[in-house]
Design a binder for this molecule. Sequence first.
Ligand SMILES: Nc1ncnc2c1ncn2[C@@H]1O[C@H](COP(=O)(O)OP(=O)(O)OP(=O)(O)O)[C@@H](O)[C@H]1O
Ligand SMILES: [Mg+2]
Length: 310
Amino acid sequence: MAIVTKKINPPQKILKKRSSLKQNKTAYTSKKSSFKKIEKGTGKSLINKKLSEKNKTPSLKTVERQYLKTGIPGFDDLFEHGIPHGNSVLVAGGAGSGKTIFCLQTLYNQVLQGRKCLYLSFEESEQRLHQHMEDFGWDLKSLKAGKNLLIIRKNPLLLSTNIEAMVAKAKGELMIDINEVLDIIPSGFAPEIIAVDSLSALAAAFTSSEQGYRIFIEQLFRYFEQIKLNSFFITETEQVPKKYSKTGTEEFLADGVVVLYGIKQGNVRENAIEVLKMRGERHQKKIVALQITNQGLVVYPEQEVFGTIG
Ligand SMILES: Nc1ncnc2c1ncn2[C@@H]1O[C@H](COP(=O)(O)OP(=O)(O)OP(=O)(O)O)[C@@H](O)[C@H]1O
Ligand SMILES: [Mg+2]
């Protein structure tokens, strides 16, 4: 339910110089934390040891990483820590597989933690998305009061027309000022997490050139990376996809891919979920059961799913 912090492999601390380097003395580390015993030896050998340690340790800076937890029951257990901060994640799946709920639920949980979130919809209206959230029993009134969740619907056709015109003018070499074109993030609102629903709706609006869409999408990923946002991009696929986006490049641009399946078991279609990739994080590599309940998504990390492809 929260962004957690984990310290990873703090570099060995350099021993601080003491006034005398006598045998059997205890040297202490340069940081306040711990005392460290160093072995017996002559003053000269101790100095040599210090120099060699200094050469081995590049920096005293503590490396810290932050991880985002979606708060979706069972889903976060698929990771060792969570989704690395700043990662862009593709949420791919077939019609009705739970992509929109996945993103709304994650953002809702993040807002409960006090983080600002933006849901950019190219499909359903703000009212319908609010309605879905209320249907799941999520307390929207208090969220609205906090003003930390912003849901904006944009017309993908208007956007694509603008971008195509700019790309044509610059003969495809243009570096688009994404935020100016998209006007994605309203001034005065600085979200930490953004969901885009969906790239497929956007891609479909690029009627005259696929090149325009490719240029746009590459720069959109780069832009979110620069401003260090956690981003979720929904893509529409087959129920059991082999390709996770329209052009097939989005899954390589994204740091992570989460796939939502509709798998046939006899004449029943069951929902399932998989973390296909997540740069910078260890995760389970299996397709596990997913249920869409009247309170939102629930993942069963121990329940592997096998079924008929298609
Ligand atoms: N209250 C509920 N209880 C159980 N299941 C529900 C409930 N509300 C919606 N669903 C299921 O969730 C599905 C819709 O989920 P969602 O809108 O997240 O799908 P999606 O992948 O975004 O679909 P699309 O590609 O059409 O946008 C419905 O088709 C239905 O099966
Ligand atoms: Mg949807």
